[in-house]
Design a protein around this ligand. Structure first.
Ligand code: MG
Length: 268
């Protein structure tokens, strides 16, 4: 029930964002009637009907299903673009370190993404070596390979690491607004809105990328303006790119690897 409430909060946020786009004819003087700020078709089209999932974690009717537990058909190895070789077991995909990072076959621009991850219950290690994976919101050929929102054990702040590298952070760029991480062994859900950067012909940034993200229904990134690709070392900079895959990181710990499930996306 609590989860449902949090997802409603997320959806309300998106609704508020949409209302900001309301267009009222500026050439007409306002006469203080309520009707003059009310929009009906054909002045604007009706929003398309989307059939929501039975619960807020289930893909709505217009979503692209990237992983539903059955196969890895939507994913390839980042290294050589061959079929992804992460482990598939009990409807869950598990990071396979030797196989390396995997990414979607499809390229995306702007989207809403739902993705769930689980840090293994018997997690060991500390800092960045405790349940490290990550979601690259656009995989690129740049030094960092894109823009990472961190996946890491962060339960109750028991894992000590730099705060701009903890779970919910835009890696080494922006500290999460809160820490709603669940205990190792439990599933976490990210709901992310990604607005891709745009570039001028000469490669300079026209508009930077933006990220809004909820972790377990709690806002962790609020329309954050991305500074560039999330390099491990050095300044974060943009490298011009177009539509791009979403990439999952095989970072590799000594303990059992991270699992993912229920991954879907709505193009925006
Ligand atoms: Mg990572």
């Amino acid at each position: 029930m609590k989860t449902a409430f949090l997802y409603v909060a997320a959806l309300l946020f998106i609704a508020v964002e949409s209302k900001a786009q309301m267009i009222v004819d500026p050439s007409k003087p306002l006469t203080n009637k309520p009707e003059e700020t009310e929009i009906f078709p054909p002045q604007a089209a009706l929003p398309k009907v989307v059939q929501p999932g039975k619960t807020f974690d289930i893909a709505p009717s217009d979503a692209i299903i990237l992983f539903d537990g059955k196969n890895l058909d939507e994913w390839v190895s980042t290294k050589d673009k061959t079929p992804a070789k992460w482990t598939l077991a009990d409807g869950v995909m598990v990071v396979n370190k030797p196989a390396g990072d995997i990414e979607t076959k499809r390229n995306f621009i702007n989207y809403q993404l739902h993705i769930e991850f689980r840090i293994p219950a018997n997690i060991t290690g500390s800092g960045q070596s405790r349940g490290n994976s990550g979601i690259f919101l656009a995989a690129t050929n740049g030094k960092a390979g894109g823009y990472e929102i961190q996946v890491l054990d962060g339960y109750n702040n028991e894992n000590k690491t730099y705060v701009n590298g903890m779970v919910g952070s835009i890696y080494k760029e922006n500290i999460p607004l809160a820490n709603p991480a669940k205990k190792a062994g439990e599933w976490n859900a990210y709901d992310i809105v990604w607005t891709a950067p745009t570039f001028n012909d000469n490669g300079t940034v026209k508009t930077p990328a933006r990220v809004t993200a909820f972790l377990n229904g709690v806002l962790v990134q609020n329309n954050f303006e991305v500074e560039g690709e999330t390099n491990y070392i050095g300044k974060h900079e943009y490298v011009k790119h177009g539509p791009a895959p979403i990439k999952l990181q095989a970072h590799g710990d000594k303990s059992e690897p991270i699992s993912y499930r229920n991954i879907w996306l709505r193009e925006l």
